[in-house]
Design a protein around this ligand. Structure first.
Ligand code: BTN
Length: 255
């Protein structure tokens, strides 16, 4: 990609017109030894995958549908930090490219106002306790107009074009995202999670809100108060007790 200012992120690009999903193609490339920073891109996904087995609507030419391969030498329990880092990198790129006031909704959705503009799906390949690679799927609604969304998404999804009134230059966006991701990632590998944690909290949609949580083991309500040093969400219940939430479905209340 001419104009790319990175050492490895985005230096190898595998681009398709139409795929079922970029995720399995990135796994295939990674298993065959694709270098760290390889990105798999598609104009159209016919079977885009979201979190929790949900479909991801990926109409032709309207978005950035990409999967990034990274090979961080970190312990397995730290891999969720890579999703938080990616959310920070995407949010920073959107702010720099468009000036739009984006927020990060735990764990990894990017919101403008109360509508989702981008989702992140991280998939891990590991052997015993060693990370082989991560495939980080990024689905960004870039140039969709309202009529591109199916009716069930119209009230909850938006695009950068809808919000800014301007079409997004996707190549320049991807180049900036690669540069910002690489800078965050290199800093993380050298200095640890603290900066990502701070940036995530500074741009969080979730911190300070009352949330109702359904985890595997319990259901409770409380105020989201921050991330711990590992990146786990801390929620304070009515009795002042702090709960650490690794994975849950979150509902938000108005107060
Ligand atoms: C979510 O919010 O549920 C995550 C959505 C992730 C979508 C991206 S689009 C590129 C990559 N390929 C997929 O099939 N999914 C991810």
């Amino acid at each position: 990609m001419a104009g790319l200012e990175t050492n490895r992120i985005g230096q190898n690009v595998i681009a398709y017109d139409e795929v079922v999903s970029t995720q399995p193609l990135a796994h295939e490339a990674a298993a065959k030894g694709a270098v760290e920073g390889t990105i798999v891109l598609a104009e159209l996904q016919t079977g885009g995958k979201g979190r929790l087995g949900r479909p991801w609507h990926s109409a032709k030419g309207t978005g950035i549908w990409m999967s990034l391969i990274i090979r961080p030498a970190i312990p397995l329990p730290k891999t969720p930090q890579m999703t938080l880092l990616t959310a920070v990198a995407v949010a920073t790129t959107i702010r720099e490219e468009t000036g739009l006031p984006v927020k990060i909704k735990w764990p990894n959705d990017i919101f403008i106002g109360d509508k989702k503009v981008c989702g992140i799906l991280t998939e891990l390949n590991a052997e015993s306790d060693r990370v082989n690679y991560l495939v980080i799927g990024i689905g960004l609604n870039a140039n969709s107009v309202e009529s591109d969304f199916p009716s069930e998404l119209a009230q909850i999804a938006t695009s950068l074009r809808i919000e800014s009134g301007e079409p997004l230059k996707r190549v320049s966006f991807i180049q900036r995202l690669c540069r910002i991701f690489e800078e965050e990632y290199d800093h993380y590998l050298q200095a640890g999670f603290e900066r990502v944690k701070q940036e995530w909290e500074d741009h969080s949609y979730t911190i300070g809100k009352w949330v109702s949580l359904q985890t595997i083991s319990q259901q409770f309500e409380g105020r989201a108060v921050g991330l711990d040093e590992e990146g786990v969400l801390k929620v304070e219940d009515q009795a002042g007790q702090i709960h650490k939430v690794y994975s849950a479905d979150v509902n938000y209340r108005a107060n």
